[in-house]
Design a protein around this ligand. Structure first.
Ligand code: NAG
Ligand code: NAG
Ligand code: NAG
Ligand code: NAG
Ligand code: NAG
Ligand code: NAG
Ligand code: NAG
Ligand code: NAG
Ligand code: NAG
Ligand code: NAG
Length: 459
């Protein structure tokens, strides 16, 4: 981890304010996933039987990450054979490339590559190639959201390999893609053999040999620009704090082209509906046109999370969370949102989202995960009038902490699908009016004003 952050640090080191930035970055790099420090994907190989020239193994992928899921087009799993092994047969998944099997006479192996890459089957795969936990098009849900669907497995018949526990060579250099980089895998480690309970639970069979591989995600390695930003508003101040300018990308400025910024094409929301007048602003790389990726905004983020402090009662306070999709390319299925706020241990109700506390490093439970209700709002649709989901949340006040001062009512960290969202700078948080308590009429007026501005801000 420290190594991968190094080059970025060097870059910033050259800039002024280097000392401060250096510190800031070092902290950010260390804590890739502060909410889920043990999150990993474990790949387990269980040899179920020996064959004349090898073995049959059951391979299981378990997504132990609390909130990071693997979306379509799904996982790919690669490795290097230690010797000249081949894959005779597979079920539950398939090798993406067969490779050169020309030296085989008679039966032709399923895959002869020295570095096979395995992909899941689609749900409509032939029945005889299916098995338990397979054929989900490579989609794995996060463990906290739906742990039954966070497992994938396939069976592989390996030939030209050892066929005893002392002669088998463990495959090396495992890679997990989804697709693209992001995960690094440790070397395979032989572990004590897995036990498999019989259906009545009164007997356990045992694998002949088992090894584990652990893969971990790093947003840094994935080299992804932030994909999400946060904006704030409150009933007590009519200022809306927008997402930071250029939070995810900068709107391309034709008079000031910057080579460094990855081009991102956008379309004005006003024009998006009238397809004929769609225009594209983009980086001219010789391409005549690019498919617009997002609605044009100052922050260029495909996803915006808006946190509105809605009401203050005697014993409770209420906020409203809205997730807005400005991506034109993608429906976010089974989205999830993680929020860190000191009062989340006293969350009473999330009205339209499902909720679960996430324990992190902190002993206090200040982090919660929200996700959609199946068939109701579990899919965040593409940009447009329906491209948002929202819920109100009700907190019980903890008198020792509660305050509207200094932005206390706003989250400290927000993650969408496990990726860090860019928050407004702390000094921009809406202030509580200093003098006296807001009178009801005044606050009603402000609520109305904010509501109007809020709707205008929806896109
Ligand atoms: C992977 O995650 C599981 C479940 O949280 C945990 O028990 C295990 O220790 C983790 N493995 C590593 C190497 O962190
Ligand atoms: C291989 O299996 C034998 C018995 O079947 C066992 O005694 C031995 O410890 C195993 N060796 C390894 C490396 O697992
Ligand atoms: C695994 O990767 C290392 C470093 O990338 C390389 O030196 C080694 O040859 C690879 N092993 C196999 C079996 O391909
Ligand atoms: C190997 O992986 C399995 C499945 O995740 C897990 O139950 C087991 O504890 C792991 N073994 C070790 C030694 O990490
Ligand atoms: C583009 O850059 C020019 C020159 O710096 C600036 O005057 C102009 O306001 C910018 N336009 C936009 C839309 O940011
Ligand atoms: C998103 O979902 C909607 C509704 O299911 C569908 O009509 C649309 O084609 C989807 N868009 C993409 C890009 O998958
Ligand atoms: C946003 O909308 C696009 C287009 O329908 C869709 O493909 C994408 O998954 C949506 N994003 C989220 C977060 O729902
Ligand atoms: C935090 O949550 C865990 C379970 O998620 C629970 O056991 C523990 O009591 C909670 N701690 C506090 C301080 O609420
Ligand atoms: C809020 O949660 C904390 C820790 O879980 C607890 O000590 C406190 O009493 C709670 N406050 C209220 C008002 O329920
Ligand atoms: C609302 O908050 C902003 C800072 O975000 C502050 O400049 C402004 O004075 C506040 N308005 C009132 C009425 O306090």
């Amino acid at each position: 981890m420290a190594v991968s952050c190094f080059c970025l640090q060097i870059q910033l080191y050259l800039s002024c304010l280097s000392a401060i930035m250096f510190l800031f970055l070092a902290v950010r790099c260390e804590a890739f996933d502060p909410l889920d420090p043990n999150g990993n994907i474990t790949i387990k190989w269980d040899i179920m039987s020996w064959t004349t020239d090898g073995y049959i193994a059951l391979v299981t992928l378990i997504n132990y990450q609390s909130y990071r899921h693997i979306e379509a087009p799904g996982w790919t799993l690669g490795w290097h054979w230690a010797k000249n092994e081949v894959i005779w047969e597979m079920s539950g998944a398939q090798a993406a490339m067969q490779g050169d099997c020309s030296k085989f006479e008679g039966p032709i192996p399923h895959c002869c590559k020295r570095d096979p890459v395995i992909v899941d089957l689609l749900p409509d795969a032939p029945y005889n190639l299916q098995m338990a936990n397979c054929c989900k098009g490579g989609v794995l849900t996060s463990f906290a959201q739906d742990h039954q669907n966070s497992i994938a497995s396939f069976q592989v018949t390996v030939g030209l390999s050892g066929n005893s526990n002392t002669t088998v060579h463990l495959p090396r250099n495992y890679t997990l893609g989804l697709p693209g980089p992001g995960y690094t895998c440790d070397p395979a480690k032989a572990v004590s053999s897995s036990l498999f309970p019989t259906p009545d639970g009164r007997r356990h069979t045992q694998a002949l040999m088992t090894w584990n591989v652990t893969c971990k995600y790093s947003q840094f390695l994935a080299q992804r620009a932030p994909s999400c930003c946060v904006s704030f508003s409150s009933f007590y101040n009519d200022t809306i704090i927008p997402c930071q300018t250029c939070a995810c990308n900068c709107k391309y400025n034709i008079t000031q082209p910057t080579e460094k910024v990855r081009p991102m094409s956008c379309v004005d929301p006003k024009d998006a509906l009238a397809v004929s007048t769609r225009y594209v602003t983009g980086y001219s790389t010789g391409l005549t046109s690019q498919t617009p990726e997002v609605y044009c905004t100052q922050d260029m983020c495909p996803v915006k999370v808006h946190w509105h402090v809605k009401a203050n009662y005697y014993n409770y306070w209420r906020a409203k969370i809205t997730i807005i999709n400005r991506s034109l390319l993608k429906n976010f299925t089974q989205w999830n949102l993680e929020i860190q706020h000191p009062n989340l241990n006293n969350l009473t109700t999330a009205f339209s989202f499902l909720y679960k506390g996430v324990s992190s490093y902190n002993l206090i439970n200040d982090t919660g995960m929200f996700w959609g209700i199946k068939f109701y709002n579990d899919m965040l649709l593409t940009a447009g009038p329906n491209g948002y989901v929202q819920s109100e949340v009700l907190f019980k006040k903890d008198p020792t902490m509660f305050s509207f001062k200094q932005g206390w009512a706003f989250p400290h960290r927000v993650y969408f699908n496990g990726d860090d969202c860019v928050l407004p700078p702390p000094d921009a948080y809406p202030w509580m009016p200093n003098k006296g308590t807001a009178r009801n009429a005044m606050s009603a007026f402000m609520t109305a004003a904010v509501a109007i501005a809020y709707i205008a801000n929806m896109l």
